[in-house]
Design a protein around this ligand. Structure first.
Ligand code: CMC
Length: 428
């Protein structure tokens, strides 16, 4: 194969280098395009064909259904690693040995406290506030309590910023839920594992000791690992582009949380459960909703189906489907919603509309069923996604800053009015 791509514009040829990634993916390097062509640009709404960066964190092959963090398959990580190991792997590039993992956890625990004034901010939100809005605001507000900017050339300062947010973020997550439920805020316990402590902070009642359930810890650990990174998706790109202006880590994460909130992205897990609930209330008529999803005059979409990159299957969805069966059976929960979900999946996989468009269940299709069985309220589902995605966002922000990437600033093709003279108000 040639190592160059040739572009012909108005009879003039331009050559651009081809670059190949470690998994043999090929890209055309168009860094010089505007310069050599005198301003010609590219148009690619939704960035369907645009690589925004070079990255060594996550590899995914949408045709083959492959997802790997730093070279390790998602299947192996979900089975054999825990969330904190995966967080370390994503952020620092290698699986930690026991000593490194213990130090990492101990450093995180040192920062597992937030300024008490955060409670005042939390108090100011109405009970009706969506937890994602609250979480985005609190994450951004952390900057006010930790105002020193990070010198990204200092490994020590980067490390400190990372363990700080990994310590504080679960508190914000848990408090967001407890506040909504009118429960007193809880700091958990430093004697617990990272995920165990999250569960305790979320669920411990003031009048009872909290007994850890191995089933819940394992289920949450797995869900967080499956959500931990997914290369240049909408929220991650938002984190990178926000941070590319040298805005700090916490506000970049806050921007990512806002991007994740939308129903086409992380908000889909809440939307899936609401959809399944609506189908159940409507008598369980899945055929009716399949027809609505296919009807182009109806805005309804089958939530939890389809993916920008996966066009065969989403490997995370496969793992989550099995986990949903296991968790519900281990917890002794018989949820009719699981049967509706399985019925919808079966119908969709046999329906030419979904088959032709390569629409398969994605990570969000079954995750909500597990969250619900764990006792997590529907409005918190996307917050749980954010909790899982945190190490991925951190890793991507760190990579972007340490590679000294330029500020993100896409071009456009202007299609508005050409010059027109100003009209005074009496002439309009
Ligand atoms: N139900 C019905 N039709 C769909 C669906 C769906 N869920 N998803 C895509 N299509 C159709 C779409 O109408 C279009 O049809 P046509 O070619 O006839 O116009 C075709 O499939 C291609 O869809 P698209 O919207 O151009 O594809 P995209 O890559 O821009 O969007 C997506 C991907 C995930 C936004 C979309 O599949 C979707 O809206 N799915 C439902 C929401 C969802 O589950 N999101 C979670 C994504 S995975 C986790 C995450 O990212 O956070």
């Amino acid at each position: 194969m040639s190592d160059k791509a040739t572009l012909e514009i108005n009879g003039k040829k331009y050559e651009f280098p081809l670059v190949t990634g470690t998994e043999n993916e090929v890209a055309i390097d168009i860094k010089t395009l505007r310069g050599v062509t005198g301003g010609v640009t590219t148009v690619d709404p939704g960035y369907k064909n645009t690589g925004s960066c070079e990255s060594a964190i996550t590899f995914l092959d949408g045709e083959k259904g492959i997802l790997r963090y730093r070279g390790y398959s998602i299947e192996e990580l979900a089975e054999k690693a825990d969330f904190l190991e995966v967080a370390y792997l994503l952020i620092f590039g290698e699986l930690p040995n026991q000593e490194e993992l213990d130090k990492f956890h101990s450093d995180i625990k040192k920062h597992a406290v937030v300024d008490d004034d955060i409670k005042k901010i939390l108090d100011a939100f109405p009970k009706s506030a969506h937890p994602m809005g609250v979480l985005a605001s609190l994450t951004s507000a952390l900057t006010a309590f930790n105002p020193t900017s990070v010198n990204v050339d200092s490994e020590e300062e980067m490390y400190n910023a990372i363990v700080r947010i990994l310590g504080k973020f679960p508190i914000l997550v848990a408090w967001t839920m407890r506040k909504k439920q009118g429960m007193p805020l809880d700091y958990g316990s430093s004697s617990l594992g990272y995920v165990e402590n999250i569960l305790q902070m979320m669920f411990k009642r003031p009048d009872e000791d909290y007994t850890q359930s191995k089933i819940l810890v394992n289920a949450l650990d797995k869900l967080l690992i499956l959500h931990a990174d997914h290369e240049q998706n909408c929220s991650t790109s938002t984190v990178r582009i926000t941070g590319s202006s040298h805005a700090g880590l916490f506000v970049s994460l806050s921007a990512g949380i806002s991007a994740l909130w939308g129903p086409l992205h992380g908000g889909a897990n809440q939307a899936v459960l609401e959809m399944l609930e609506a189908i159940k209330e409507d008598g369980g008529d899945t055929k009716k909703y399949m027809a609505k999803a296919k009807d182009k005059s109806d805005p309804f979409r089958l939530m939890g189906f389809g993916h920008r990159v996966y066009k065969n299957f989403d490997p995370r969805a496969k793992i989550i489907k099995v986990a949903a069966d296991e968790v519900l059976s281990d917890l002794g929960v018989d949820d009719p919603i699981l049967d509706i979900a399985k019925g919808l999946e079966k119908e969709a996989l046999e329906d030419p509309y979904f088959v032709d468009r390569k629409l398969y269940p994605n990570v969000d299709f079954y995750s909500g069923i597990i969250y619900r069985a764990m006792g997590i309220p529907v409005e918190m589902f996307t917050v749980m996604f954010a909790l899982g995605r945190l190490p991925g966002w951190i890793a991507q922000w760190k990579e972007m800053r340490t590679r000294k990437e330029p500020i993100g600033r896409p071009r456009q093709l202007y299609i508005g009015e050409t010059y027109r003279p100003f009209k005074s108000i009496d002439k309009r």
